[in-house]
Design a protein around this ligand. Structure first.
Ligand code: ATP
Ligand code: MG
Length: 580
């Protein structure tokens, strides 16, 4: 995708205030002439994508990935893939693996000519600790020994200043001694805590002596049992950025009120000689809120636990692995992120924007094929019993260079149920007794009759064909018909399982205002049918995508397809039928 000229053109036009910010920083030379620890020049734009390895990435993360990796790429900089694994109990290797896989699949890379920029915050634990000791020594931090309740009470409230802890002015040596003993495991969880000494009366609650280290006797997925104190996110994050010489630290709006503390931590650490200026700067952007979807990891997990979906990669899930299995392409997700742009205020993005980006991407790429999803037998009574005649159609209507596909026509065909009406309604031009239609890429036929079962259901339709009417032959022009229908040979078609997926929720805001999102599930988000496909579909490989003419885009399921026996997922219909 990085080489796709369309994406670059789009990205130049999309509204993205972060681009403007980077451009002005480049113009002023703010991050010029920096070097890394080995003395090699650092790019003027260094960003990072910092997920916590505690779940699967979703479409909201895809936006952050496109912001962090995409902007670095566009400005010749680099983006660090960093796991923010400062929280010991929730993190697992499974999540690290899937996150790396998803970022790569989306089309981004953390390698450049200086090496792999894959980092783990837990690798900096020693540095964090060293800086914490410095803060204590310099009078900027203290060990608080209040109970959790007292600490909460003394924090005050919006409009009500907090109260200083009775331990706030304990001598630095005493705090240092306690902090070292915290580290040595001499206390229980919660007995002491290390806090920054800022201002208990600050109107910004985040500056009321925020906690920077807490005791947590817990195993860490990388550091094992080495530590029983862990840094708080707000303390660790700016340090991670500075250690890695990040220039632009982008995050979502909920961190706006945390920015003064981000700057405070870096200023103090720079005063202590730990970092050179210019320091990293945090800039917040609006998170992605997508209609008809939920992006809370907790709620997504609940859908799995309750058996509503089959797992993180269920094609109805808004996770990257789910979108991938559904048939989304990395290019379509990048295109979506470009179109959505980056704003400073939260808003809702309609699901149709995501689906639209997918249609635009697949329309240009996906080979065409024929599929009959609701089959009804069509018998051409005057067609020779054993004749197998070949028809052909372009692989892609706009790309003749991609060649032709060939498929047989025989006496018995499958057509769509809805393409026959015994008594036609007004304006119906498809099959009904006495009417002629063209079998797309084949012959013109005239409908004669239908067979019914004992209950009066139509079970087969009869017609006669005109042997001189074949598409692509001179005779074809002698027939003027108003309707064209698609079909597959009943003797040659591939019978396949097809899953018709639709949006998971029928409410555009399934969990807004504390609503029960499970009450908003779309009961028809998945329908499994047996369909008849153009025989060439036998060769479809997992992840191959097609446009089934008239129906939409479909992908061979990457998990359940077998050689010669693909299972298809509907990625999206051809047109948006929602909100109409
Ligand atoms: P948690 O509540 O577990 O922290 P999270 O969704 O914030 O969940 P992180 O792993 O911390 O998960 O997120 C990594 C990055 O992705 C962060 O920079 C975060 O701001 C960003 N991000 C998460 N959700 C969205 C979203 N909906 N839109 C844009 N960015 C997002
Ligand atoms: Mg987070």
């Amino acid at each position: 995708m990085s080489n796709d000229p369309k994406a670059t053109a789009d990205s130049a036009n999309a509204s993205n205030f972060l681009r403007g910010l980077i451009e002005s920083d480049i113009a002023s030379g703010k991050y010029k002439q920096r070097t890394d620890t080995l003395g090699r020049p650092l790019p003027s734009v260094v960003t990072r994508f910092p997920p916590e390895p505690n779940g699967y990435l979703h479409i909201g993360h895809a936006k952050a990935i496109c912001v962090d990796f995409g902007l670095a790429r566009d400005f010749g900089g680099r983006c660090h893939m960093r796991f923010d694994d400062t929280n010991p109990t929730k993190e697992e290797q499974e999540y690290v693996d899937t996150i790396l896989d998803s970022v790569k699949w989306l089309g981004f890379d953390w390698k450049d000519e200086t090496g792999e920029h894959l980092y783990f915050a837990s690798d900096y634990f020693d540095k964090f600790y060293e800086i914490a000791e410095y803060l204590i020594t310099a009078g900027h931090a203290y060990v608080d020994s209040q109970s959790a309740e007292d600490m909460a009470k003394n924090r005050g409230n919006f409009g009500e200043p907090g109260k200083n802890s009775p331990f706030r002015d304990r001598p630095a040596e005493e705090s240092l001694d306690l902090f070292r003993r915290m580290k040595a495991g001499q206390f229980k969880d919660g007995e002491h805590i290390l806090r920054a000494k800022i201002d208990m009366a600050s109107p910004n609650m985040n500056l009321r002596d925020p906690a920077i280290y807490r005791i947590r006797h817990a195993h860490h997925h990388r550091t094992g049992d080495k530590w029983c104190i862990y840094p708080m996110y707000d303390f660790a994050h700016p340090l991670e950025d500075a250690i890695e010489s990040v220039s632009h630290s982008f995050c979502t709006l909920e961190f706006q009120d945390h920015r003064p503390f981000y700057d405070w931590v870096l200023e103090r650490a720079a005063e202590g000689g730990f970092f050179k200026r210019p320091l990293p700067e945090q800039t917040e952007f609006a998170r992605l809120n997508l209609t008809y979807a939920i992006t809370s990891k907790r709620k997504l997990r609940q859908l799995i636990d309750d058996g509503i979906v089959s797992g993180w990669d269920d094609p109805r899930m808004p996770t990257i692995v789910g979108l991938r299995r559904r048939g989304y392409t990395p290019e379509s997700i990048q295109l979506f992120c470009e179109r959505v742009g980056v704003a400073k205020a939260d808003s809702w993005i309609d699901m149709s924007t995501l689906e639209g980006a997918l249609r635009d991407d697949l329309d240009a790429k996906a080979p065409r094929a024929v599929a009959v999803l609701r089959p009804l037998k069509l018998i051409i009574d005057n067609f020779p019993d054993s004749l197998v005649d070949e028809c052909s159609a372009p692989v892609h209507p706009h790309h003749p260079e991609r060649g032709q596909r060939h498929f047989p026509i025989t006496k018995e065909l499958w057509i769509e149920e809805e393409d026959f009406m015994e008594t036609p309604s007004k304006g119906y031009f498809r099959l009904f007794p006495g009417n002629k239609v063209r079998l797309r890429y084949g012959y013109v036929v005239e409908c004669t009759a239908c067979d019914k079962d004992a209950d009066g259901n139509v079970i087969a339709v009869h017609c006669n064909y005109f042997p001189d009417s074949k598409s692509g032959t001179d005779g074809a022009n002698n027939y003027k018909v108003k309707g064209t229908i698609h079909w597959v040979s009943a003797t040659h078609a591939l019978e396949a399982e097809v899953r018709l997926y639709d949006r998971l929720f029928s409410d555009p805001h399934p969990d807004a205002g504390g609503k029960d999102f499970k009450a908003a599930l779309n009961p028809t988000a998945k329908e499994v049918i047996t369909a008849y496909l153009e025989h060439g579909m036998r060769a479809a490989l997992p992840d191959d995508k097609f446009q089934f003419e008239r129906h939409g885009y479909f992908v061979a399921d990457r998990v359940d397809s077998q050689p010669g026996k693909p299972v298809f997922n509907r990625v999206v219909t051809l047109k948006d039928s929602w909100g109409k």
